[in-house]
Design a protein around this ligand. Structure first.
Ligand SMILES: NC(=O)c1ccc[n+]([C@@H]2O[C@H](COP(=O)([O-])OP(=O)(O)OC[C@H]3O[C@@H](n4cnc5c(N)ncnc54)[C@H](O)[C@@H]3O)[C@@H](O)[C@H]2O)c1
Length: 390
């Protein structure tokens, strides 16, 4: 097949927007067989300076109007990397215009919004990719295949976590992530969405939860236009934090495995510790994003000596590692996961076949988070009732 030019647009030129743009530019360096050659046509951000600055990524045009990107007939696919409050409206508009959609997580501010987005995408029949980029980690792909192949025996226990410290300092400014209007949920949307998705990838469907949540730092100093990394000036006025810092849930999987999922954005000393501990009847696994290129693997010893976990280093035999580095122990990084994600998105469009994680996986995750919210309110175990698109 002769590769063809493929117009893409970006909405939201912050941290994630920059990674989407870089991924479009780099994707054919690493996936040269890709039939679609991304052409970066237009970028939109309501912040004009950000929109203009993003042209450095190679966009031909910039605008402050996201609908101008969606309606541009040269653009066949849009990346939605704006704040969570505008995801659903932009998805509706893009789907109605027949554009394929690569949207950042959480898709909706609340589960009900993710369901509305799913309905729009399903009705339009466009391809969707959701930014659960940790699915692309080569050693996570490998770990999931060890589990699926039965190498560890049936899974009995799973502990998933995401501990970050971006909000651990009370002087960190009130950014959009602390607002129910803009972010919606707090840690349950921002980081539990990844943890639930990873549990689904590693073990399977979660069917019941018993959850708790709490705001640990009740107010934060205000700084105009603050990002999640900004520290406010001393004496700045305080604003009440509107969504949870911490959440935890005991869980039951459909296959009978039991576990715990725990997330916290105020965890002193844990910078970006997404990870899991998984135990089967024959073996076990442990992994953290902070050591993304290392997997802890326990298999029964052949003799009585040398008992214990061993470290597996990422190499070209794992997932898409070889797309980036030819050797074992030569690690890859976060932004390369977005390049793999861009490939998954564009290859799905080229073939017309939806891949995971798309909107269906986001909807499944939102159903689990919906049950966690019900459980935290009722104080009891709650069944996960799969959400219907709509
Ligand atoms: N996949 C991941 O691991 C990951 C990591 C970080 C953030 N995210 C998600 O990515 C999204 C963006 O987060 P971020 O950290 O890049 O935020 P950010 O604050 O760096 O950038 C958000 C940008 O969106 C712009 N914006 C807001 N409303 C807009 C609108 N109506 N039209 C166009 N632009 C608009 C803002 O001006 C800002 O430039 C969020 O949904 C977030 O949850 C995902």
């Amino acid at each position: 097949v002769t590769p063809r030019e493929f117009g893409v647009g970006l909405i939201g030129a912050g941290w994630m927007g920059s990674l989407h743009a870089q991924a479009y530019r780099r994707v054919r360096d690493h996936y040269p067989e890709l039939e679609l050659v991304p052409r970066l046509i237009a970028v939109a951000d309501v912040d004009q300076a950000r929109a203009e600055a993003a042209r450095a990524h190679g966009f031909e045009e910039s605008t402050t109007d996201p609908l101008a990107v969606i309606e541009d007939p040269r653009i066949e696919a849009v990346s939605i990397a704006a704040t969570n409050d505008v995801h659903v409206d932009l998805i509706r508009a893009a789907a109605a215009a027949g554009k394929h959609i690569w949207v950042e997580k959480p898709v909706g501010r609340f589960p009900v919004e993710t369901a509305a987005a799913a309905a729009a995408i399903e009705a339009a029949g466009v391809i969707s990719t959701v930014g659960f980029n940790y699915r692309q980690v080569p050693l996570v792909v490998h770990a999931a295949s060890l589990v699926r192949n039965g190498d560890l025996g049936p899974v009995r226990n799973y502990r998933g976590r995401f501990f970050v410290d971006y909000a651990s300092n009370p002087a960190r400014a009130f950014s959009w992530r602390f607002s129910r209007d803009v972010a919606g949920l707090g840690s349950l949307g921002d980081i539990m969405s990844h943890v639930v998705d990873q549990a689904h990838q590693m073990v399977g469907r979660i069917v019941a939860v018993c959850a708790d949540q709490v705001i640990q730092i009740g107010e934060r100093p205000v700084a105009e236009g603050a990002t999640q990394f900004a520290v406010a000036a001393e004496g700045a006025p305080l604003r009440e934090v509107e969504n949870e810092d911490y959440a935890v849930a005991m869980i039951r999987f459909e296959n009978g495995a039991r576990g715990v999922l725990e997330v916290c954005r105020t965890m002193v000393g844990r910078h970006c510790d997404l990870g899991f501990e998984l135990h089967g009847t024959e073996g076990a696994l442990g992994w953290s994003f902070q050591r993304m290129n290392e997997l802890q693997l326990y298999l029964p010893p052949v003799a009585d000596q040398d008992v214990g976990y061993r470290t597996v280093f990422a190499g070209p035999q794992h997932g898409d590692h070889g797309r980036f580095e030819p050797d074992t122990g030569v690690g890859i990084g976060y932004s390369q996961l977005k390049v793999s994600e861009a490939n998954a998105f564009l290859a799905a469009i080229a073939s017309g076949e939806q891949r995971s994680p798309g909107i269906a996986e986001a909807l499944a995750g939102a159903g689990v988070i919906d049950a966690m919210l019900r459980s935290a309110a009722s104080g009891s175990w709650e069944d996960v009732t799969p959400l219907k698109a709509g």
